[in-house]
Structure formats: C-alpha cells, structure tokens
Design a binder for this molecule. Structure first.
Ligand code: 5GP
Length: 210
C-alpha cells in the first residue's frame, strides 16, 4: 500500500520500557485531533490501572495465535515473554480516511512495519541516560527485579536498531511537554512535505500551470 495525498501519516514511536513513551504518547494524542492510537493486542496481564481497549486488548495466547494464522496483524512480535501485535484493519482503515495513526511498538515491530510502510515516520525516544532509565524502571514498582533486569538488557539490543529511525528525541527528566512539542514539530513538518501536501494538488486539479 502506498500513501497518497488522501491518507493519514503512519507514525511509529519506539523506545525502551521506562522511557516514558506512554505519557508522551497520551499527551501527543490529546494535542492532535486528527490522530488515533492503534491499540495493540497483548498476551501479558494488565498492570494496575490499565484498561481493556484503552491500553491494550488483552488476549489469550490461543486467540493471539489464531489471529496470526488469519493475518490479522500488521506486525507482531514476542517481546520479553509475551506476544504483542498491531491490528491490521484498524491501521489501514484510519490511514485510508486521512487519520494520522500512531503505533507505539518495539524495535522488532518497527522493522517489520518499515518493510510494509517505508513512507511511515519512525521516531525513537531515548532516556537522558542509562542511570535515569534504570531509576524509572525501579521507581514505577510494577515489575519484578527479574523483569527489570530483562528490560534493561534489551536496551542495548534496541540501541543497535536506532539507525533505522528517522528521528531521535531525548525525553529529558521532567520535560515531557518539551518532548511532545518536538514530536508535534516533526509531524507538522512531515505534513508540509511536498509528497504529503494536499494544497498543491488542489491547484493542479484546477488546471493551473507553474
Ligand atoms: P509493555 O509491556 O511495557 O506495555 O510493552 C513492552 C514493549 O512492547 C514496549 O516496547 C512496547 O512499545 C511494545 N509493544 C506494544 N505493543 C506492541 C505491538 O503491537 N507490537 C510490537 N512489536 N511491540 C509492541
């Protein structure tokens, strides 16, 4: 599928667990009326406060595997010990009617999405430092020490994949609004790119010549 001037932008945000992606993405969504979040399916259990259909669709392993068989995922990955997948229909339907669609997915998933949507916009969110990332993971008290250690060791592997992203944004401590403003600037600039511009097409449709 290629993007034409009627389609929304596909925006992919990745970053290590604990970098603050959730907060950044929800603030970004509040500020962008033409953007929807693709809510992923996962087999991991909900964390406290997480809601079905808002944070994830929580599914069983059997249901997830059946969806894989039916090609219902644009991409899916095994992250840590669980499956995560992006529902294909939701993304394609939104893009087709001009809605910007945000995927908050890991680096393995981003690579697969890039193969299908090379015109997507790929943004990597970095913590200010390794120490800050570790402190955030320990401070949120939602994971066992083993899970934290696993997530920290994944960080190195994720860093190796940063060069495939178009943009790198550091989420500085206590400066989430600044991080969101940077991503808004990226999205605005991408909409103004020649290949995404609807304004130019209107002129050419009316027969104007340059
Ligand atoms: P968490 O369990 O902390 O919510 O998410 C763990 C990791 O899975 C995060 O890096 C998150 O971005 C990623 N993730 C969430 N949904 C998806 C998805 O649909 N596909 C892929 N590939 N990764 C996902």
């Amino acid at each position: 599928m290629t993007m034409n001037n009627q389609e929304g932008l596909l925006i992919v945000i990745s970053g290590s667990s604990g970098v603050g992606k959730g907060t950044v993405c929800s603030k970004l969504l509040e500020s962008q009326p033409n953007m929807k979040l693709s809510v992923s399916h996962t087999t991991r259990p909900p964390r406290e406060g997480e809601k079905e259909g808002i944070n994830y669709f929580f599914t069983s392993k059997d249901a997830f595997e059946a969806n894989i068989e039916n090609d219902a995922y644009l991409e899916w990955a095994r992250v840590y010990d669980d499956y995560y997948g992006t529902p294909r229909d939701f993304v394609e339907q939104n893009l087709n009617v001009g809605i910007d669609t945000l995927l908050e997915i890991d680096t393995q998933g981003a690579i697969l999405v890039k193969e299908k949507f090379p015109e997507g916009i790929f943004i990597f969110l970095l913590p200010p430092s390794y120490a800050a990332l570790k402190a955030r993971l320990e401070g949120r008290n939602t994971e066992t020490p083993e899970k934290i250690a696993k997530r920290l060791s994944q960080f190195q592997a994720e860093l190796a994949r940063v060069p495939m992203y178009d943009y790198v944004v550091v989420n500085e401590e206590g400066k989430v609004d600044e991080t969101v403003a940077k991503i808004q600037a990226i999205i605005m600039a991408e909409h103004l790119k020649f290949e995404h511009s609807k304004d130019y097409t209107v002129f050419s449709m009316e027969g104007d010549t340059l």
